[in-house]
Design a protein around this ligand. Structure first.
Ligand code: KIV
Length: 267
């Protein structure tokens, strides 16, 4: 039986040149399935607010919601490393709140690590949380919680100045003690340069093939999210069509009196 993955296993994968697979997950049955497939890292992302709760962006997601979804995923007892997202306003106001909210995701949620967005601007926060022995996955580039500053979900790091800032952000989160960093929505050459320079693993999403690992949102790869369809998303299944067919047949059988038959009834 394979053992539970730790941040050390994930870092070793970079050292040994093995790519790291990461998917988002927010519930027990999905966690069971993806863990059975051998996913390396499960990210309980604040994207739950968009793909599950139907919000326009991730900003309304609360700490209680993140704890709830993290606990649901942990009930599947996954072998994968479970990382839980710190939602907007759970770490930006002060270090004490950041530390206690990171602690809730570990203590109440059961996560083994937490993720937060930002580079140089959150280095002190990363250090403060790492100092209480909670591993941090950093997240730079297109950071969805900064949607209003970015003016929408736009590729980041395109000009020289922005690229320099992203390099500085990558160096800052590594120096602050993050065990890895998500690179979202940045040009592939910049992602390659950051990946080559850092000793911690880079996990790309819309950052090209040269990162140490890749992450996507589970609803996107299953064809369950119609709201946004960014260029970097690859649809591996059309679950919407499968669900539409099953629900339509159920309705038709109930209306036609075919369901339930004797085989689905008690004598
Ligand atoms: O919230 C999320 O799902 C994320 C990933 C897609 C990186 O932050």
């Amino acid at each position: 039986m394979s053992k539970k993955k730790t941040i050390l296993d994930i870092q070793k994968m970079k050292a040994e040149g093995e790519k790291i697979s990461v998917l988002t997950c927010y519930d027990y049955p999905t966690a069971r399935i993806m863990d059975g497939c051998g996913i390396d890292v499960i990210l309980v992302g604040d994207s739950v607010g968009v793909v599950v709760a139907g919000h326009e962006n991730t900003l309304p997601v609360t700490m209680d919601e993140m704890v709830y979804h993290t606990r649901a995923v942990l009930r599947a007892q996954p072998k994968a490393l479970v990382v839980s997202d710190m939602p907007f306003l759970s770490y930006q106001t002060d270090l004490t709140a950041a530390r206690s909210n990171a602690g809730r995701l570990v203590k109440e949620g059961g996560a083994a690590a937490v993720k937060l967005e930002g580079g140089e601007n959150v280095a002190a926060t990363i250090r403060a949380i790492v100092d209480m022995d909670i591993p941090i996955l950093a997240h730079i580039g297109l950071t969805p919680q900064s949607i209003h500053r970015m003016g929408g979900y736009r590729v980041q790091g395109k000009g020289d100045a922005q690229a320099e800032q992203l390099l500085a952000d990558a160096r800052a989160v590594e120096a602050a003690g993050a065990f890895g960093v998500v690179l979202e929505g940045i040009p592939l050459k910049l992602a390659r340069q950051i990946t080559a320079e850092l000793t911690i693993p880079t996990i790309g999403i819309g950052a090209g093939p040269h990162c140490d690992g890749q992450v996507l949102v589970i609803h996107d790869i299953l064809g369950l999210c119609e709201k946004y369809s960014p260029k970097f998303v690859k649809k591996y299944a059309d679950v919407k069509t499968i669900m539409t067919d099953a629900v339509s047949r159920y309705i038709a059988e109930v209306k036609g009196g075919e369901f339930p038959d004797e085989g689905h009834s008690f004598n």
